[in-house]
Ligand binder design. Structure first.
Ligand code: MCN
Ligand code: CUM
Length: 803
């Protein structure tokens, strides 16, 4: 592999950036970011640009009786007021969601969640647009809301989606995977069975930059240009084409710098459609940017899975079966983002990293009076929930059997010789050596010493010799399935999930790579240049990466589900190798040798066995554009294109260990240490990979200890600001201790697997397991996230402390 145990490539650390490939290359994009010269959507100002603002529903559920816009329209600075009725006239009041449902752009009949879009004002200034919202008079008739998903299917529950003919209840889908009968048999004769209800609460990706758009309809050329915060520019273009009936070549989607996406910027929001209509109506560009509360209240939430897990095992700790029932809260419109065939995303990879005989899951999706658009927040399409479930169940089993949770995992983890492994729910894991990764994490942690320290502290606490914090140690081991995906298995809204790549090499040997994925902070301008540099043997600084503009890049489905490296990264390697093969033919002509007799050494084609006779990529590029006679049928230049359809997903994995201290007096949890050993195959840029892991671990601290989108019984959103919805900072995070193992993916041309969501997926379970472990002397088996001081304190009240 190109990456050694510490991730330093063959080219060492490499300074900026004459480096020829993989390794710790400094991020090219930081040159503008650290100077404050990034270019975000809100920085864009077009001549004559107007500003939009949205009037939102104060009710979670209400009938819309009337919307009076006369006073707003009379405001001297207002240029247009758009309502559901306006849109209905254009057949745009409803739009398709990513899950083949429909969603109201502006309400026409009812409002179905607090914050739902009711009217759109376009004015000369942002402030005027906001002021005019207050002049709109809306008459609502309040209806009882469905706030708790567990009551959504009750007899007499208010019907949320009465817009759909024939609908009589709030059920969206029932879906299952695995073998129910076989799993039932395993449970029937199992020696030990444990069940637990748990909630993965509703959370939010909360990127620092909120969502927004500048829409510009040029009436002369008929071309619509939208600058927008999108993780998937080409997919957005196609959806706009289908919704608005515009031809795709008359739509240009530009995604400039993005201040974090985390899944929040996958979907199309009503504000985008309104801004486009606003531009069509006024003939001027229209900007719409959400504020923080709008972002938290109305855009893609994540999780909200009510789960019941059951695990079956032998007395001596061999796991035999796993069964799960899920009630999934999808909000008022089913707008979750995932491949079409999988309404619960990839949740059914829930047997995780273990060798389990039989497994079955059943997921029921329901409508509630909450914002739509789930799955976002570094989730690998619901694998976050799946990993959390199995890792909690294993700890519950360990507690029941009185076995050490590390020992129980080592006994049941898939073994290296089982790969490629076919899981009981139909997945084929590509590669792994799980026990080695867990042992690496245990070595870094000093696991045995930690357990000894814990035993000593518990004994002291029991003898009342100490009333200090309670110490807990939590492990989680996760496997993800990322890199969606093979065309034969998956699509989103009918769009296959292959990605194009185009590579041009200029006469002087400088290269331009065009890709469809969209960086939101992951450093693609650097890592994708590194892939080209690695394949062509040219400096990283000689490669420019063009992305985020549908007029300039080939089609592809965008960045989410950690698919950029597995899919577009593979496309980049393949297109660079095509260029290299074209260069071989040109080199053959230059060296007067049969191309078959040439061999590649980094940066040069040489005559086999004779390094003194060769041509560098730069020399070959010049010759390819020059007057050198080429063999018949060989075109000049070196440019190439490709489309990469991945043969399988990649399966990154990791072992995480959290050490926490819990103050029994206040319930406050402190994460003392966190050890994370990730295996994402070959690392292109180990420094960027570590940055991705750091970010995801912080996400885990946020979800495990601080975050929930709560609602009161009227459906009022209680987390609409950063005063109520808490983001983790360095104050709550320990200094992360990272390790790595490298098990290359056998089917990826570079051996790389995705990593962008790994730590968010894997870390919450480690922290919750650690907190529950700390509370073990109180007999606590489980506690739901977020483990805020108040929640932890409440869990142990009235329970005696026993070791
Ligand atoms: N990488 C690498 N070697 C590997 C794997 C990845 O060097 N073996 C590098 C990649 O080349 C890329 C980065 O690590 O520069 C992440 O790659 P990848 O795992 O392919 O994930 P994506 O680029 O597709 O990013 C998506 C992922 C998702 S889905 C969410 S959500 C998330 C995440 O990335 N959102 C982020 N990380 C984020 N990081 C930032 N800063 N901002 C976000 O919004
Ligand atoms: Cu699921 S959040 Mo990311 O896939 O953009």
């Amino acid at each position: 592999s190109a990456s050694g145990p510490n991730g330093h490539g063959p080219n060492g650390h490499g300074g900026p950036n004459g480096h020829h490939g993989f390794g710790r290359v400094a991020r090219k994009e930081d040159a503008r970011f650290i100077r404050g010269q990034g270019n975000y959507v809100d920085d864009i100002k077009l001549p004559g640009m107007l500003y939009g603002a949205i009037l939102r529903s104060p009710h979670a559920h209400a009938r819309l009786l009337s919307v009076d816009t006369a006073a707003a329209e009379a405001h001297p600075q207002v240029r247009a007021v758009i309502t559901g009725e306006t849109l209905a006239g254009l057949n745009l009041a409803w739009m398709p969601t990513l899950s083949n449902d429909v969603q109201a752009v502006l309400a026409t009949d009812k409002v179905r969640y607090q914050g739902q879009e009711v009217a759109f004002v376009v004015a000369e200034t942002h402030y005027a647009a906001r002021d005019a919202l207050e002049l709109i008079d809306v008459d609502y008739e309040a209806l009882p809301p469905v706030v708790d998903a567990r009551t959504a299917l009750d007899d007499g529950a208010p019907l949320i989606r009465d817009d759909v003919e024939g609908r009589t209840d709030n059920r969206i889908f029932d879906w299952e995977a695995g073998d129910a009968e076989q799993t039932g048999r395993v449970f029937d004769d199992a020696e030990v069975v444990i069940a637990q209800d748990m909630l993965y609460p509703r959370v939010h990706p909360a990127p620092l930059e909120t969502c927004g758009i500048v829409a510009d309809m040029d009436k002369v050329t008929g071309k619509l240009t939208v600058h927008t915060t999108t993780q998937a520019p080409h997919a957005h273009r196609t959806v706009y084409a289908l919704v608005a009936g515009l031809p795709e070549h008359k739509i240009r989607v530009v995604s400039p710098d993005i201040g974090g996406g985390f899944g929040n910027k996958v979907g199309i929001y009503p504000g985008y459609v309104c801004a486009i209509v606003g531009s069509i109506v006024t003939g001027r560009p229209v900007k719409w940017m959400e504020d923080r509360s709008e972002n938290l209240m109305t855009t893609s939430f994540a999780r909200d899975y009510h789960m019941r897990g059951e695990i079956a095992a032998t007395r001596d700790g061999r796991i035999r079966g796993l069964r799960v029932e899920v009630l999934a809260d999808h909000g008022a419109f089913n707008g979750t983002a995932q491949p079409t065939k999988f309404p619960a995303g990839f949740f059914h990879v829930f047997t995780g990293s273990y060798d389990i005989e039989a497994a079955h899951c059943a997921v029921t999706g329901v409508y509630t009076n909450k914002a739509p658009g789930g799955v976002a927040y570094a989730c690998s399409f619901r694998i976050t929930e799946a990993a959390y479930l199995v890792e909690r169940m294993i700890d519950l089993l360990a507690a029941e059997l009185g076995t050490d949770p590390a020992e129980l995992r080592l006994r049941n983890l898939l073994r290296a010789e089982q790969f490629p492994y076919s899981s009981p729910t139909g997945w084929e894991y590509d590669s792994g050596d799980y026990p080695r990764t867990l042992r690496t994490a245990m070595d870094i942690a000093g696991y045995d010493e930690l357990r000894a320290e814990q035993a000593d502290r518990r004994a002291r606490a029991a003898d009342a010799r100490e009333d200090g914090p309670l110490m807990g140690i939590g492990i989680s081991f996760f496997t993800e399935a990322v890199g969606a995906g093979p065309r034969k298995h998956m699509d989103i809204l009918g769009l296959g999930m292959a990605d194009g790549a185009e590579l041009r090499v200029h006469p002087t040997g400088k290269a331009v790579l065009r890709i469809s994925v969209q960086t939101q902070g992951q450093g693609h301008e650097t890592t994708f240049a590194q892939i080209v540099a690695h394949e062509l043997g040219i400096p990283v600084d000689d490669v420019d990466v063009v992305h985020g503009d549908t007029d300039q890049t080939p089609f592809g489905l965008g960045t989410y589900g950690s698919r950029s490296t597995p899919v577009s990264g593979a496309a980049t390697a393949v297109v660079a190798r095509k260029v290299r093969e074209r260069a071989r033919i040109v080199a053959g002509a230059m060296l007067e040798a049969d191309p078959e007799d040439l061999e590649w050494t980094p940066g040069r084609w040489i005559v086999r066995g004779d390094p003194s006779s060769g041509a560098t990529m730069q020399e070959i590029a010049m010759a390819a554009h020059g007057s050198l006679e080429l063999p018949d049928g060989v075109e000049g230049h070196l440019d190439a294109t490709t489309v990469y359809n991945p043969p399988n997903l990649t399966y990154p994995f990791g072992a995480y260990i959290a050490v926490v201290d819990v103050d029994p007096g206040t319930g406050k949890v402190t994460v003392r240490r966190f050890i994370a050993v990730d295996d994402c195959g070959v690392r292109i840029n180990p420094m960027i990979v570590e940055g991705q892991v750091h970010g995801g671990l912080a996400d885990g601290v946020g979800m495990a200890l601080m975050q929930v989108m709560a609602f009161d019984e009227d459906g009022n959103h209680l987390g609409a600001s950063f005063m109520d919805y808490l983001l983790p900072t360095s104050m709550e995070c320990p200094s992360w201790e990272l390790g790595e193992t490298v098990t290359p993916s056998p089917h990826h041309p570079l051996g790389a697997k995705g990593v962008g969501e790994s730590a968010t997926v894997g870390s919450p379970a480690a922290i919750v397991n650690a907190v529950v472990d700390a509370l073990h002397p109180y007999g606590v088996r489980h506690a739901d996230m977020p483990l805020t001081p108040a929640n932890v304190w409440r869990v142990i009240q009235g329970r005696p402390f026993r070791t």
